[in-house]
Design a protein around this ligand. Structure first.
Ligand SMILES: [Cu+2]
Length: 192
């Protein structure tokens, strides 16, 4: 009989523990709701912060954009395969603009360069470049008639040159690899 009583008391004890556990479960959702509510509220500010960060970024971007948009010129030029001729014979940019010219030498065999020179001087510059040699990219250092130039580009490579467009007028561009100046040249027109 006493064992039966102990068993009953034991069962009661178990039931009380279960009840307590259930009570704990009831309490748990309450805690969950708390944090659950806190998480979204935290996420809201965090979402707002990135927006605030984006705003300053936009403020900086216009400043960077303003300079190029005031006179940035992106030019590209290539060659007609392995022929000794550029695929472009004329460029036109505004005086004072910041020019970025990319020369894509798609030839499979020829080295080339792109040299901007004073009008009518392409052959003289080429002759001086021949004297300067390949170590100088076939361009005489400090040649007074050279305004800007790329390096000597191997076949299948590309290069770029950046410069400020000179005063309004007509200039020439030429490849000064020995002999190429006879067919590889064009006009570079700068407008006011
Ligand atoms: Cu060339």
């Amino acid at each position: 009989m006493q064992r039966a009583v102990l068993i009953v008391l034991g069962l009661i004890g178990v039931l009380m523990m279960l009840a307590a556990a259930c009570g704990g479960d009831d309490a748990a959702p309450t805690f969950t709701r708390g944090p659950a509510t806190a998480v979204p509220s935290t996420a809201v500010p965090s979402t707002t912060e990135p927006v605030a960060t984006t705003a300053p970024a936009d403020t900086v971007t216009p400043a960077d954009t303003v300079a190029p948009s005031l006179g940035g010129e992106s030019l590209t030029i290539s060659v007609d395969g392995d022929a000794l001729s550029f695929d472009t014979s004329n460029f036109e940019v505004s005086a004072g603009s910041e020019v970025v010219l990319i020369f894509d030498n798609v030839s499979t065999i020829n080295q080339h360069n792109w040299v901007l020179v004073n009008d009518g001087t392409k052959d003289d510059v080429a002759v001086r470049g021949t004297g300067a040699g390949p170590g100088n990219d076939w361009v005489q250092p400090d040649d007074p008639d050279v305004i800007a130039h790329t390096s000597l580009l191997d076949a299948g490579t590309s290069g770029e040159v950046r410069f400020t467009a000179p005063a309004a007028g007509t200039y020439q561009f030429v490849c000064t690899f020995p002999g190429h100046n006879l067919g590889m040249f064009g006009d570079f027109v700068v407008t006011p």
